[in-house]
Design a protein around this ligand. Sequence first.
Ligand code: AKG
Ligand code: FE2
Length: 295
Amino acid sequence: MGSETIPMLPIIDFTNLKSEGNTSEWEAVKSQVHNALVEYGCFEAKFDKIPLDLCKDIFASLEELFDLPLKTKVLNVSNKPYHGYVGQYPMVPLYESMGIDDANVYDKVENMANILWHDGNPNFSKTIQSYSEQVSELDQIIRKMILESLGVEKYLEEHMNSSNYLLRVMKYKGPQTSETKLGLNSHTDKNIVTILNQNQVEGLEVLTKDGKWISYKPSPNSFVAMIGDSLHAWSNGRLHSPFHRVMMSGNEARYCIGLFSIPKEEDSDASKLSTHQSYATNLKGASFFKQKEDA
Ligand SMILES: O=C(O)CCC(=O)C(=O)O
Ligand SMILES: [Fe+2]
């Protein structure tokens, strides 16, 4: 009788990366990134550049935001589907989320805070903006490594200048049962790269190419970096864009924060649909986008 190995996401350590380009450390990490993205489309990044206080503050800010009354949260509207408030869907009753466009720019976050709180909320705005700015550094390191490993680094500047950041914050209520309940449908992301960070409550699962669900175990200084369909297409399919979902059990709420790099073309239909079209369709229940069998 053989013991079955539990599949895990590759873990890549960015904590010792002091300089960019041409060092043996950079090259070693770059090759791990490339291999992980070809095989899994996703990896766990160890990244310790976010100060501990900011890590605590960000989850306190998320709680403060989701504790607002529903009639206030729905004021966060956007002309792009799923960039505003999303929630109260019968298919995923545990889930709600809020989008903040250009969250690395203070004024943009402040505009949103002014809508949700009478006198604004400078603490909230500062926390969201500085978190987004610091995590965008990890996104930029990863995207530089990707372009270098595909041999197209000459397009790096153009590539970076043609993307924006959307921050989405998410809350999944605990289902108050030991039975596992769906938190978020299986989907692929539509954007370029997604960087997720979460509290201690597990739930994220990523599908491997051979059809096994990997459960992600969160730990301090850990982020999940994931390829979206835009980069999958841009790399001519070399980089995998994995299906993933959230499964919840127990009493505790799961808070998660995702920084999504998205293509810039502001007015094109593609950009309007770019980020969350797949589970948008799922949430509406109209059709199940490339649904995977639940394992
Ligand atoms: O909550 C998570 O960990 C995943 C969220 C997600 O997949 C998304 O927002 O696209
Ligand atoms: Fe996703």
